[in-house]
Ligand binder design. Structure first.
Ligand SMILES: NC(=O)c1ccc[n+]([C@@H]2O[C@H](COP(=O)([O-])OP(=O)(O)OC[C@H]3O[C@@H](n4cnc5c(N)ncnc54)[C@H](O)[C@@H]3O)[C@@H](O)[C@H]2O)c1
Length: 401
């Protein structure tokens, strides 16, 4: 992507993040972070650029670095041109990444926006005066920081534990993004296809729902009988595991568990089946084990990062992105929708604002987003989306739409 194209993409994202745009306006007046430094280590891409610039509009000096492997140089360049300090650049080197995080903490931020618990853990290794608390984005960070609660003893609000994040992002956005990725990578028609989804958590529910809405026949497999019942009552087929694998044209794993599909399943698979993983780790489909099975005679690279295996009996099996998270693979992997990230990042900004204003206290250490923030963000989102639509709908002149 050329720089001007990259700028255009960032500006498109900024224009679509309506909650953050409204917050930016509010923060320019209210200056909730005046005189404060916010330190963060986060994926640096267009959606997080929008968040960091919103915090800067509120008076914060933002000191940031990227995550391993995901930093987009064009995002770094845009942030620097707009007054945000970015330490380092793209790196795949763990040690180098640790040095960048250390530099963020060396700036002695008043607030931390953490992603995986690295920055708070670093703070504990060399504490300084003035840290008020902050936020943690992920479940894995929550698990790590919960063990350090007694030492941290400051407000830390966990964004992933908000119901808004669960249904707004995990259910609706991941489902849509996985569905979009299957179309983008394979270009197949989904109508009438038999799609088997392993895992009926928030993410699996979204995946199943999006394929059903696109006229696929969806079967759900879940180890948990209660989840299986839920899928059944939601109208999905819940056949035996074997039948669900045997009949599928497309199989998607989204469980978080290891070895959901293995070489033992090769004899069951239908000719031309497509396998994809949407779970966080690439071990849900045992791709190395399956590809090296004696029943696989050929492994050929296919289109858009998809590999095709030929089995001894002539059947073909196609695997997307070697079993890595498929909605972040292939050409133009956009990840979750802008609007869903706008929701999650509005939670981030409101939580940091609450910590800055000391509306939450030491007892709120590694806890879910407080209800008053969830309600505020929910109300604002609905208001912003419906007000615009109603005024469009009420327009006297239909051509003015
Ligand atoms: N692709 C993305 O953009 C994206 C975004 C968010 C989360 N994730 C990942 O998606 C995965 C699922 O997340 P979630 O929030 O839905 O998790 P969850 O824990 O709510 O649900 C997982 C479900 O899988 C079931 N399960 C576990 N092992 C199974 C197996 N072997 N066979 C069948 N079912 C099995 C569990 O019973 C559970 O119902 C996680 O790895 C998460 O990190 C991906």
């Amino acid at each position: 992507m050329t720089t001007s194209n990259a700028d255009a993409r960032i500006e498109w994202v900024r224009s679509q993040c309506r909650l953050l745009a409204a917050l930016r306006e509010e923060y320019r007046e209210a200056r909730p972070f005046d005189g404060m430094t916010i330190g963060t280590g986060i994926h640096l891409e267009p959606k997080t650029v929008t968040l960091l610039l919103t915090l800067a509009a509120g008076g914060a000096e933002v000191v940031s670095t990227g995550n391993l492997n995901t930093t987009q140089p064009t995002a770094v360049d845009y942030l620097r041109r707009n007054g945000v300090t970015v330490i380092g650049g793209p790196t795949r080197d763990h040690e180098e990444h640790q040095e960048f995080l250390a530099e963020v903490i060396a700036a002695k931020p008043d607030l931390i926006l953490d992603n995986g618990g690295d920055l708070f853990a670093r703070y504990l290794a060399a504490p300084y005066d003035g840290l008020r608390g902050g936020t943690e984005e992920t479940t894995s960070g929550r698990t790590r920081l919960a063990e350090l609660r007694d030492q941290l003893a400051m407000p830390i609000l966990v964004i992933n534990d908000s119901p808004i994040k669960q249904f707004g992002e995990n259910r609706h956005a991941v489902g849509q993004s996985v569905f979009e990725s299957v179309l983008r990578i394979t270009n197949i028609m989904t109508n009438g296809k038999r799609v088997t989804v392993f895992g009926y958590g928030e993410c699996g529910r979204g995946v199943a729902m999006n394929f059903r809405n696109a006229f696929s026949q969806v079967t759900v497999v879940d180890n948990d009988p209660v989840r299986r019942l839920e899928a059944f009552l939601d109208g999905y087929a819940v056949a035996s595991r074997e039948e669900s694998v045997r009949t599928a044209d497309v199989i998607i794993t989204v469980t978080g568990a290891r070895g959901v599909l293995t070489a033992d399943d090769l004899p069951l698979l239908k000719d031309d089946v497509i396998l994809a993983n949407a779970g966080h780790f690439p071990f849900e489909i045992d791709v190395p084990g399956m590809a090296s099975s004696s029943t696989v005679t050929e492994v050929a690279p296919g289109v858009n990062g998809m590999d095709s295996w030929t089995l001894v009996d002539g059947r073909r099996v196609h695997v997307i992105a070697e079993g890595h998270m498929m909605n972040l693979s292939g050409p133009l992997p956009l990840g979750n929708s802008i609007d869903s990230m706008d929701l999650g990042f509005a939670l981030q900004a409101r939580c940091l604002e609450a910590v800055a204003a000391q509306r939450v206290g030491q007892e709120d250490c590694v806890v879910p987003v407080p209800r008053f923030i969830d309600e505020r963000v929910a109300n604002d989102y609905v208001l912003l989306r419906t007000t615009a639509e109603e005024s469009l709908g009420n327009s006297a002149d239909p051509l003015s739409r």
